[in-house]
Design a protein around this ligand. Structure first.
Ligand SMILES: *[C@@H]1O[C@H](CO)[C@@H](O)[C@H](O)[C@H]1NC(C)=O
Ligand SMILES: *[C@@H]1O[C@H](CO)[C@@H](O)[C@H](O)[C@H]1NC(C)=O
Ligand SMILES: *[C@@H]1O[C@H](CO)[C@@H](O)[C@H](O)[C@H]1NC(C)=O
Ligand SMILES: *[C@@H]1O[C@H](CO)[C@@H](O)[C@H](O)[C@H]1NC(C)=O
Ligand SMILES: *[C@@H]1O[C@H](CO)[C@@H](O)[C@H](O)[C@H]1NC(C)=O
Ligand SMILES: *[C@@H]1O[C@H](CO)[C@@H](O)[C@H](O)[C@H]1NC(C)=O
Length: 423
């Protein structure tokens, strides 16, 4: 593994015992406190600069940022010596977007303090939001990154154990961004037509409280009129909401493209009246609930292990915000389905030994004798790329064969799982 000089690098080995009960050991965890993201793989559009200055080298750029909780990302330009520190523009909750932009990079995003769940999202006109009662009860749309509604039943379930914080992000057509936050948000059961309780408003400059008027109202759709207007607000305004008579905010209104967004029909569109008025349909709006799940659960092996939690929750649309560490899995064994006894071209690295390329200090070939590939000396005390053994064969097999971590398990114990990650 070639490592960039000056870059903070650490190796974490996770060894999982085969024995029952599944006891977990963190064998080596020598990682720094770095909770920064590195900008090379990052789109900077979701960030704003905290400071920018000249430095002599990379560590001079990173180290001070490490202890500064206002900084979530660093960028160092080696040719200019320029160091920049960034933070997420809308706070950490917005970092879901930063993360998503890097899906392809196989980086590990660990859980931070806040877990936000997207419950409503508009980004274009590709999904029709003028839907009926049964449709609004359930999820619809393109998933949390696109046009999306999580469903009234989920909103009730998410807030049934207690109110949650709601954050609403808005983007205008000049790309300016705004937010409103409510410290307390909950949605009642179906039997009460999903009545809204919302309070504790705060917002970015110029943003007014547009939900106070809806507080205490039941939800209405085109075929289920629970508003106080003589008309059906959902029909009049082509959407669905906790209408009173009718609305100040209407995130589920008709989506209008740039040509039709400004100066159209009264109160129709994706509306947040207090700031933008009734003739301005927003370019984007997103509602997120602070799910608080991170506070209830913690990963058994520390945050680095949250990659697994995250993966396990792919379907659950939870938002993982930036935490302390970003880990990349570089080696992983979980079963015998992949053969690790491979040749030089397949492993290819410097001073590494394989079945056909012996660079160890032993008189024989360690790779051949122990069926794997590793930085063998003569031969090893660790052998993650050894033959995978299932439960029946893992313990007490031939000397040194298997996935070995000698100092603890010995040479006759092949681990059930092994993973190497670098930060
Ligand atoms: C780094 O600095 C050099 C020299 O000033 C400049 O040409 C280059 O565009 C910079 N790279 C980035 C990614 O900003
Ligand atoms: C709601 O709309 C869906 C899709 O158009 C339709 O299948 C369903 O019958 C409608 N439900 C009611 C109660 O009208
Ligand atoms: C962008 O447009 C919005 C809505 O009209 C307005 O409130 C805001 O001041 C504008 N921002 C800039 C930077 O022009
Ligand atoms: C290494 O193994 C691959 C896959 O079996 C094979 O295609 C390749 O020819 C081998 N290389 C050498 C140098 O033996
Ligand atoms: C170990 O490897 C050498 C070749 O380097 C081979 O001659 C010897 O038979 C091997 N021993 C075992 C036990 O596989
Ligand atoms: C374990 O591996 C051995 C040898 O490969 C095989 O015969 C046996 O069926 C495997 N047992 C299980 C439970 O997979």
């Amino acid at each position: 593994m070639q490592l960039q000089p000056g870059r903070q690098v650490a190796l974490l080995l996770l060894l999982l015992l085969a024995a029952v009960p599944r006891h977990v050991t963190e064998a080596a965890a020598a990682f720094s406190s770095g909770r920064l993201w590195w900008s090379s793989l990052e789109s900077l559009s979701d960030y704003e600069a905290v400071r920018s200055h000249s430095v002599q080298n990379e560590p001079e750029c990173i180290v001070p940022a490490n202890s500064d909780s206002a900084v979530q990302l660093v960028a160092f330009n080696a040719s200019s010596g320029q160091c920049a520190h960034f933070r997420c523009r809308l706070g950490l909750s917005h970092c879901r977007k930063c993360r998503n932009a890097n899906k392809g990079a196989q980086r590990l995003w660990t859980a931070g303090s806040d877990c936000w769940t997207t419950v409503q999202h508009r980004v274009s006109g590709s999904v029709d939001f003028y839907r009926n009662w049964t449709q609004y009860q359930s999820e619809f749309g393109e998933g949390p990154d696109g046009n999306y509604w999580i469903g009234l039943n989920s909103l009730h379930a998410l807030t049934a154990s207690g109110p949650r914080k709601l954050r609403i992000l808005m983007k205008a057509w000049n790309d300016s961004e705004h937010w409103a936050e409510y410290s307390s948000f909950s949605v009642g059961p179906e039997s009460d037509n999903y009545r809204l309780s919302v309070s504790g408003f705060s917002g970015s400059a110029g943003i007014g409280d547009c939900l106070d008027n809806n507080n205490g109202m039941q939800f209405s759709t085109k075929d289920a009129d629970h508003d106080t207007s003589t008309d059906n607000c959902a029909t009049t305004h082509k959407g669905a909401w906790w209408f009173r008579s009718c609305h100040c905010a209407h995130p589920n209104g008709e989506y209008k493209d740039s040509s039709a967004a400004i100066g159209g029909a009264f109160a129709k569109g994706v509306i947040w009246r207090k700031t933008f008025g009734f003739y301005y349909s927003l370019k984007e709006i997103e509602m997120l609930l602070l799910s608080g799940l991170c506070a209830l659960f913690r990963c058994r092996l520390g945050l680095s292990h949250c990659r697994k939690c995250r993966n396990a929750n792919k379907g659950a649309q939870r938002v993982w915000t930036a935490g302390s560490d970003c880990w990349t899995t570089v080696q992983h064994r979980v079963s015998g389905s992949v053969d690790f006894y491979r040749n030089w071209t397949q492993y290819q690295s410097d001073q590494f030994s394989t079945m056909d390329a012996d660079h160890d200090d032993s008189s024989s070939s360690c790779a051949e004798n122990y069926s794997g590939g590793w930085w063998f000396q003569g031969c090893y005390s660790t052998h993650p790329n050894g033959v995978y053994k299932n439960f029946t064969d893992a313990i007490g097999g031939p000397f040194g064969h298997g996935i070995i971590w000698k100092y603890y398990y010995g040479f006759y114990y092949s681990l059930m799982e092994f993973e190497m990650l670098i930060i």
